[in-house]
Design a protein around this ligand. Structure first.
Ligand code: GRF
Length: 217
């Protein structure tokens, strides 16, 4: 298990947790440690992955709170006690309020299954296939007040094949997600990438309208 106590991260999930698994597996390689996994879903399989890896986890079920404010207050309080360098939304299926985004601004990232700014929101695989798109992919971005609209850190693309279904396309995209998410975490923790004035700065250069398209990954 990773022994890097300074580069602590918190990962938030809602489901299967394959991206969490990729983050678990890269702890030693990229010198960070997952201090806590938070899930808003009690039976999320990702919680089992955390347990197997000996990582602490906490269920914060949104349904147990009167409103989003109280739900997020609990999350914020929990994370602030840990004081991680980075918060990673890895399949966390609740909308983050502008207040929570602003509380963690510059140190909270998300992975979204589309080539943002295209296909924000849900059901991206279904929508790209219905629209006969030629390519699809995934994006790691900083979280700000705009849903799936924060500055982009890294993207990965796949070509859509004629016989692709949601399942086959998702499988190929997720395989690549499992590389770009840990790599983005590594870039952030090694100060290669940061968010300044609502823009991504990579190795000192502002990434304007040209997000890094990491087709090699
Ligand atoms: C990922 O595909 C990610 O892009 C999206 O939610 C999915 C989570 O999958 N935000 P998993 O739980 O990591 O397997």
């Amino acid at each position: 298990m990773a022994n890097c106590t300074t580069n602590k991260i918190v990962v938030m999930i809602s489901g299967n947790g394959t991206n969490l698994q990729a983050l678990i597996d890269c702890q030693d390689k990229y010198l960070y440690s997952i201090a806590l996994v938070i899930s808003n879903v009690a039976d999320a399989y990702g919680l089992k992955r955390a347990e197997k890896a000996g990582i602490s986890s906490l269920i914060i079920d949104h349904r147990h709170f009167e409103n989003r404010l109280l739900f997020e207050e609990k999350i914020i309080q929990t994370i602030d006690e840990i004081n991680p360098k980075l918060i990673v939304l890895a399949g966390f299926m609740r909308i983050i309020s502008p207040e929570m985004a602003s509380h963690f601004i510059g140190r909270i990232i998300n992975i979204h299954p589309s080539l943002l700014p295209k296909y924000k929101g849900l059901n991206t695989y279904k929508r790209v296939l219905e629209n006969n798109e030629k390519e699809h992919g995934s994006t790691v971005h900083f979280v700000n007040a705009n849903l799936d609209g924060g500055p982009i850190i890294m993207q990965t693309k796949v070509v859509i094949e004629k016989n692709d279904t949601i399942a086959t396309l998702k499988e190929r995209v997720q395989k690549k997600e499992h590389k770009i998410l840990p790599l983005s975490v590594h870039w952030f923790l090694s100060n290669k990438v940061k968010m300044v004035d609502n823009k991504t700065v990579l190795s000192g250069n502002v990434l304007d309208s040209h997000p890094l398209s990491s087709s090699k990954v």
